[in-house]
Ligand binder design. Sequence first.
Ligand code: ADP
Ligand code: MG
Length: 706
Amino acid sequence: MSKNKSSESVKVVVRCRPLSRKEESNGPAGGIVQMDLRLGQVILRNPRAPPSEPQKTFTFDAVYDSSSKQRDLYDESVRPLIDSVLAGFNGTIFAYGQTGTGKTYTMQGLWLDPEKQGVIPNAFDHIFTHISRSQSDKQYLVRASYLEIYLEEIRDLLDPNHGNTRGLELRESPETGVYVQDLTSCVCKSIKEIEEVMNVGNQARAVGATDMNEHSSRSHALFLITVECSQPGPDGRKHIRVGRLNLVDLAGSERQAKTGVQGDRLKEAAKINLSLSALGNVISALADGRSSHVPYRDSKLTRLLQDSLGGNAKTVMVATLGPAPQHYDETLTTLRYANRAKNIQNQPRVNEDPKDALLREFQKEIARLRAQLNHRRFRSKQKKEQVDGEAWERDGDEEEEEVEEEEVEKEAEEFVKLEEQRLEKENEAIREDQFLLAEEKQKLLGENEKMMGDLRKRQEATEQLTARYKAMESKLLVGGKNIIDHTNEQQKMLEMKRQEIAEQTRREREMQQQMLIQDEEAVELRETFTSLQQEVEAKTKKLKKLYAKLQCTKAEIKDVNDEHVRSRQELEQTQNELTRELKFKYLIIENFIPPEEKNKIMNRLMFDPDEDEWKFKPLVPDESKSSQMKKRPASAVGYKRPISQYARVALSMGTRSRYRAENIMLLELDMTPPNTSALTDGEQNQSPTLNNSPTNNKGICKSRSW
Ligand code: ADP
Ligand code: MG
């Protein structure tokens, strides 16, 4: 039951893929998952348990078995969410499950086969078809971003340099909540363009990974679409609604093997599923309803999707299962996880006129460019009419707006052409004029040439402005205009019928589920017993039913306990390994690093919670940097070192003082080239070539100083 009027719970649907060929060849055991599509129930059989053990049953908003089509899931469970996004709500779709159970198949599917396209391509289709069919007073702006979270780092998949740069940062603003700083976002004008964006991102994802399967099972992929829609309200002003859609393909939910890994790889293993376990903790805390603290800040994923879980968003979670018996444990964990998520309450509301709407900025910029352009054209037109000898009679600016733009443009072009022709004619006339002097002719021709140049420059500037204006305007999609709707009426009807059927199936299922609950409660109340025997029979039957339920619950408790023990053991193991590593590091520090160095380092270290890392404080605090650095004393200006008053006076008097700024010894540079040949007579004879040098005799003495 909803807590208040505007709150609604997270929709959880479960999908089971068919047995793969490999799994089929493994044995005739068949699948362990049974589904009741009408009731929305999943029945799980434990392949290791004795047949007498009761099977586990879970109920969800909808379930899809191996024969379900992509389209079924979309029409029933996703379409309403996308409709809400188009109406200005935030929406999120998660795909959660073990690797290989069909998360990517559900989200993306097989692009080339229209029957097997997943949620994302269907959503593209839905959004752009909706825009093409909406009224023409609506303006839309659609943007897309694509990112992945790998080892707690956010990577922008649309940035060609994403591999080289450091991960992006999360920021928080009071208006928009948590967002990724500097994330690329592409304006998309058609299905083709947004598909291209998706392709670019998918390729970037594959390039960074050595093994795509391994990589995708360890990273979360988020495709974000923002749809802004402006529509004149009853007050005559344009109102903007912003819907944000997060399409999330989560990392594989299987337990990462932590045993036997050490050092960096251990840390990596601990980080891989950090986001996912944090997501689990957030879901638990929210589903519990009693805990006051929801640990959103524990991971990047949970921070980014804060609104989708317990916040301002409508959320659908698709939990994917595999039917193979060997994955029983993982399948059960997934079902429990999904079952918990059902209890989360969100408070979705329409995002009306948010401050950061890009559409408003675009509209302003377009209006500005349009005004500039109109001004230019207006001037050209005015000139043309002056040239034509007509008086300018127009007065209303508004009327000017109304004038067909193309017409104005044509007129402006015509004016330029006419001007050119006129100047050309004038040139001819000047050349042919025999009364003019050659000099004068040249001057007049030059003037005309300049005017022609000016005209062309103006024309070019106008063309550039027009191009910018058109590029800007084309980014905005106008309802029912930009995209030609090729579907005929019959197809539209068919689509509508399909939606109706999907809606009806959903309602039917809800009713069935409610009936089942009510039946159980009411059966006893309605019974009247005619005899004691009958009463005993009825009560025994009920007792049996309740006993079975009790057994189920007991088994469930045991399972949950076992799981807790298992995860506790795993955590203890991780802790042991980390402690061992810590001891190793201590050993090195205690024995090989001098205590004073250690203290120095310890005093400078501080923890940065944003980046989850220890950092060194800067040696010199930033603000006092300049004051701490010693300034050169004023007396030293122009000198190499400080100098006393006495020495300065002495210097100006020409006295060679000991306290000069310059060196104490004055060594004049000896320009004579080195000559070792004249040191002794004997050596002289040994180098006859040098004997002939002109500096021979002079250099002897000086060269001794070398
Ligand atoms: P995940 O992304 O969860 O690791 P994938 O989406 O890659 O799993 O699916 C694994 C394989 O199973 C793929 O070959 C996919 O085509 C197939 N598959 C998954 N779900 C279905 C389904 N509902 N119907 C048919 N094939 C499926
Ligand atoms: Mg995948």
